[in-house]
Design a protein. Structure first.
Length: 360
C-alpha cells in the first residue's frame, strides 16, 4: 500500500512512519507543516528510503492537499496531524480549533474528492484512519471517589464524550466530523482513541521527557496539584503497531480504543524516572529531591483508563511493553541521544534540516 500519514514528523506520527518503512513493504507520504513539535530529525533513519516521501504542507491548505492526493495517489490515510498540548490549548485555543477541526474538515474533503475518482476496486479498499485521544471522554472516577474494593470503570468505544479542555474538545469535534463523513457520504473511515503515549523522540514539553531532562539539568520536577492524577501509559512503538494493524485490518465504521494497561499516578511516574536515573546516572542524593508541587491546571482530568479488549480480541494486537520496560527504554534513549535533545531545545533544528535533509 501507499499510505499518506499526516503529522508524520510528530512524536506518534514519526513512530508510525518508522514502523511502516522498517517493518513492512508499504510506502509512506509524510505530510507535515513542521510546527514547533514537528521534527524531521526523528525520521533520519528512513529519510533516504525510496518508499518514503515528505511534503511540507499545512492540512488546512485545501489546494495543497488536493495536489498531494492527485500527485501521490494514496491507498489509505492515517490522520495524526494535530495540536495536542493541553496547557497550550488553555492559553491559546485558536490554533487547536484551526488545526484539529478546520484542518480535519479540509483533509476529509480533499480525501473524499480524491476517493470519488478511484475505480471500484481501489474505492472499496481505501481507508481514512483518524487517530484521536481518550481525552475526548472526559475523566473517570478516581479510586478515592469510589467505595473500597469497587470495580473502577474504563473508557470503552461507547463511552459518551465529555471533553474538559479546548484540546480535547477540538479532538472530539474532529471525531464527530469523521463519523459524519462516513454516515452522510459513505466515506470509509475508522477512528482510534489512545491513552497517553511515551517513548523515544517525545518533544520535551510533555511530562516524561520534561522530567528526564529537568532532572539531569538539576531543575525542579513540577507536579500538578498532589500528583494523584492517573493516566494509562502506552509505549509509542506499541501504539504504532496498533495503528498499522487498524489501517490494514480494521473494519470501516468501527472505533478501536488503544491502551497500554498501565494505570499510574503522575507522581508514581516521576518517582519511577527518578529511581531509574539514580541507578543509571547516580549523583549525590536522589533525583526525587528535585520534585516540586505547583498549582493544578484548570479543569484537570483526574483519571483516564482504556479498555483495549476490542482491538485485542478482534484484531489480535497486544502491547509488548510493560510500563517498567518501556520507561527504562525511554530513559535510556534520552541518555543516549543528547544531540537530538539539544537540537530540539536550542533552536538548531532548522540548521539540522538544511544540512541533513534534501527536501523540495
Amino acid at each position: 500500500m501507499k499510505i499518506l500519514v499526516t503529522g508524520g514528523a510528530g512524536f506518534i506520527g514519526s513512530a508510525v512512519v518508522r514502523h511502516i518503512i522498517s517493518n513492512t513493504s508499504d510506502s509512506v507520504i509524510n505530510i507535515d507543516k513542521l510546527t514547533y513539535a514537528g521534527n524531521l530529525e526523528s525520521l533520519a533513519d528512513v529519510s533516504g528510503n525510496s518508499r518514503y516521501a515528505f511534503e511540507q504542507v499545512d492540512i488546512c491548505d485545501s489546494a495543497a492537499m488536493n495536489a498531494v492526493f492527485n500527485q501521490h495517489q494514496p491507498d489509505a490515510v492515517m490522520h495524526l496531524a494535530a495540536e495536542s498540548h493541553v496547557d497550550r490549548s488553555i492559553s491559546g485555543p485558536a490554533a487547536f480549533i484551526e488545526t484539529n477541526i478546520v484542518g480535519t474538515y479540509v483533509l476529509l474533503e480533499a480525501a473524499r474528492s480524491y476517493w470519488s475518482t478511484l475505480d471500484a476496486a481501489r474505492k472499496t479498499s481505501f481507508r481514512f484512519h483518524h487517530i484521536s485521544t481518550d481525552e475526548v471522554y472526559g475523566d473517570l472516577p478516581h479510586p478515592d471517589e469510589v467505595p473500597t474494593g469497587a470495580e473502577l470503570p474504563l473508557f470503552t468505544e461507547t463511552t459518551p464524550y465529555m471533553p474538559s479542555s479546548p484540546y480535547s474538545a477540538s479532538k472530539a469535534s474532529s471525531d464527530h466530523l469523521v463519523r459524519a463523513w462516513l454516515r452522510t457520504y459513505g466515506f470509509p473511515t475508522i477512528v482510534t482513541n489512545c491513552s497517553n503515549n511515551y517513548g523515544p523522540y517525545h518533544f520535551p514539553e510533555k511530562l516524561i521527557p520534561l522530567v528526564i531532562l529537568n532532572a539531569l539539568e538539576g531543575k525542579p520536577l513540577p507536579i500538578y496539584g498532589k500528583g494523584d492524577q492517573i493516566r494509562d501509559w502506552l509505549y509509542v512503538e506499541d501504539h504504532a503497531r496498533a495503528l498499522y494493524t487498524v489501517v490494514t485490518q480494521g473494519k470501516i465504521g468501527e472505533t478501536y480504543n488503544i491502551g497500554g494497561h498501565n494505570e499510574k499516578q503522575n507522581l508514581q511516574v516521576v518517582e519511577t524516572i527518578c529511581d531509574l536515573l539514580d541507578e543509571l546516572v547516580p549523583k549525590k542524593g536522589s533525583y526525587r529531591q528535585q520534585i516540586s508541587y505547583v498549582t493544578d491546571r484548570p479543569g484537570h482530568d483526574r483519571r483516564y483508563a482504556i479498555d483495549a479488549n476490542k482491538i485485542c480480541r478482534e484484531l489480535g494486537w497486544q502491547p509488548q511493553e510493560t510500563f517498567e520496560s518501556g520507561i527504562r527504554k525511554t530513559v535510556q534513549w534520552y541518555l543516549a541521544n543528547s544531540e537530538w535533545v539539544q537540537n530540539v531545545k536550542s533552536g538548531n533544528y532548522q540548521s539540522w534540516i538544511d544540512a541533513n535533509y534534501n527536501r523540495k
